[in-house]
Design a protein around this ligand. Structure first.
Ligand code: NDP
Ligand code: PYC
Length: 342
């Protein structure tokens, strides 16, 4: 007989959740400025139902800060490298405050040159990637970002893990609607979702991972304990993951996913790598405006029968959260209050 465990759920407003998470981060060693950025990022993911990178990640942030692996008070150093190239040394801190520090210069360059690149290195990214690109599209720009993570993916045709789960996120404005945004791991499944499946006692879909002997498995624990993930789409996803390593690490000056060693920092969970953003001003496009062209593409996709665009589910969940409050597990919320010292 299967047992169903009922979870008690609570609701919390976005502003209240941001304030609670801010307190958690500050209590565990970040500066108030870094806390503000991370709290907003994490609460946004929870609000949008991006559960693998919402409050589920808080224990990982806390244990990482306690381990001394990351500098929660780092001050990013922004360098104006060339007409279309901005570099940030995140100072062994989080990537999002580095992006925030470089953002005004990046946008100024993108608007004047038509395109600009931001290379962040010496950084830790432990979050969803769409919050990094969506705001650019909200102000009429096209943005693409890649970040590499930690070795846990076997390149297609290889024998052992090397790549990270290496997500790619893209955002573009459109004339009559929310920006078009997608954000996807280049592994068949995000590492966070494997952890969630293991915690819930659920099996993975077929074709996502292998066990410690390299044999296909649908047991998330076998993947996490000595096993590995596979790229999505065989050689195609593997090539994209390789591209992410090159752009996010080699081009930025950050670590490849296999280059850092956190063994001396028990509790460390945040990959110490790099992140690349490319921002384009579509105002330079010839002919009809880009936003009208992207609207036309969406119209044709819907006319072809498409019901769900990437981002639709997230925005539906966001609307629900805005109307009713963000739905969170009551136990997890109580744990957050404890971590905040409340
Ligand atoms: P998903 O596979 O859940 O979704 C990928 C994208 O496809 C999303 O934009 C999603 O939109 C869209 N989508 C999903 N299903 C459909 C569908 N049926 N029809 C149309 N569109 C669809 O994401 P992943 O599991 O690959 O990644 C989850 C998160 O993990 C990402 O935010 C990623 O950035 C993060 N991550 C972060 C890493 C890091 O190092 N920081 C490493 C790896 C992953 P929607 O959101 O609306 O569902
Ligand atoms: O879910 O794969 C993932 C991930 C890695 C680093 C942060 N998230």
């Amino acid at each position: 007989m299967s047992q169903v465990h009922e979870r008690a759920l609570s609701r919390i407003g976005f502003t209240e959740l941001v304030a609670l998470l801010h307190q958690v981060f500050v209590s565990h060693g970040t500066s108030p400025k870094v806390a503000a950025t991370l709290a907003h990022n994490c609460a946004s993911a929870e609000r949008d139902g991006a559960h693998s990178h919402g409050i589920f990640r808080i224990p990982g942030y806390v244990s990482t800060l306690a381990s001394g692996w990351v500098n929660g008070k780092a001050e990013p150093v922004v360098t104006d490298v060339a007409s279309g190239f901005v570099r940030v040394d995140a100072g062994n801190g989080f990537a999002q405050p580095a992006l925030e520090a470089a953002r005004p210069l990046l946008v100024e360059k993108a608007r004047s040159a038509g395109i600009a690149l931001l290379a962040i290195h010496n950084s830790h990214h432990f979050a969803a990637l769409w919050p990094d690109v969506e705001p650019f599209a909200e102000e009429g720009l096209v943005a693409l970002s890649v970040v590499n993570s930690m070795t846990c993916v076997v390149p297609h045709g290889a024998d052992r893990p090397l790549f990270g789960t290496n997500p790619i996120a893209f955002a573009a404005p459109r004339a009559d609607g929310l920006p078009i945004v997608f954000d996807l791991a280049t592994s068949a499944i995000a590492h966070g979702d494997v952890q969630i499946a293991a915690r819930k006692g659920e099996r993975l879909p077929a074709g996502m991972g292998v066990d410690s002997l390299g044999q296909p498995t649908q047991d998330p624990k076998a993947v996490l304990e000595g096993g590995a993930l596979l790229p999505f789409g065989g050689h195609k996803g593997s090539a994209l993951s390789m591209m992410v390593e090159l752009l996010a690490a080699a081009l930025t000056g950050g670590n490849f996913s296999f280059e850092f060693n956190w063994a001396d920092h028990p509790g460390a969970r945040t990959p110490w790598t790099g992140q690349l953003l490319i921002v384009i001003d579509p105002g330079k496009t010839a002919g009809q405006s880009f936003a009208e062209r992207s609207q036309e593409l969406v119209r044709q996709m819907h006319a072809a029968g498409l019901r769900r665009l990437p981002g639709d589910r997230r925005h539906r969940t966001r609307a629900q959260s805005d109307a009713l409050g963000i739905e969170v597990d009551a136990q997890e919320l109580a744990r957050l209050r404890e971590l905040a010292g409340q």
